[in-house]
Write a protein that binds this ligand. Sequence first.
Ligand code: CDP
Ligand code: CDP
Length: 224
Amino acid sequence: MKKSLQIALDGPAGAGKSTIAKSLAKQLGYVYIDTGAIYRAVTFRALSDGIALEDGPALAQMIEKMTLRLVPSEEGQRVFDGEEEVTNVIRSSEVTNNVSFVARQPEVRDALMDLQRDLAKHGGVVMDGRDIGTHVLPNADLKVFMTASVEERARRRHEENLSKGIPSDYELLKQEIALRDKRDSEREVAPLRQADDAHFLDTTTLAIDGVVQAIERLIEEVKA
Ligand code: CDP
Ligand code: CDP
């Protein structure tokens, strides 16, 4: 029986990846790895340092000097850039609306590949992102591609913002999410797409528990 699996969860913004990945990791005693946070931390640093977001070589040089650390925590994952904790600042709308420009630079993706693979090398991980099943962990034991309608994904983010007291405009969120999906799906390197051997899960009408249960069944099949 296989024990420490590598589980890859990919999909567009608001599909529920991080919520589901955290829940699965907790139940399985695995580590949750949010790869989007890595691209966000790089974007945050580039914005802070005034580096052009489309200048791949300059961004790669900047990444070489960064010491990015993902530390598992009760809430999921904390992110450090050297000694500075950036867990919360990388969620700003400025970072959210710029991260796709950084993430589409081939030099950036290359520079971040080893870090991601290294984090998953011993298994026992649930890793979420856009290209985990297609590029980062092509041999993952289980791959799931999750999606939901853009209206539902925007609604979820809207509700999440309101519950945290963050001002939120549903129509604007919908536009921003659709634009980010388009950029992530249409980029040349490692675009957002379902791996051939990934299980497809449309969560539009599924509650979180239903999605977790569906993936738990897939995990049991893999382990058996
Ligand atoms: O949480 P949310 O779905 O809004 O996004 P995220 O997972 O934090 O990812 C932020 C951005 O990073 C995405 O829109 C992609 O541009 C990029 N990303 C990527 O290119 N590859 C990954 N494996 C993960 C994220
Ligand atoms: O990581 P990703 O961007 O794919 O999505 P998320 O941050 O996990 O989920 C976005 C929001 O949708 C969170 O507030 C979740 O609680 C909610 N959600 C939901 O209502 N129903 C689901 N089936 C999945 C997530």
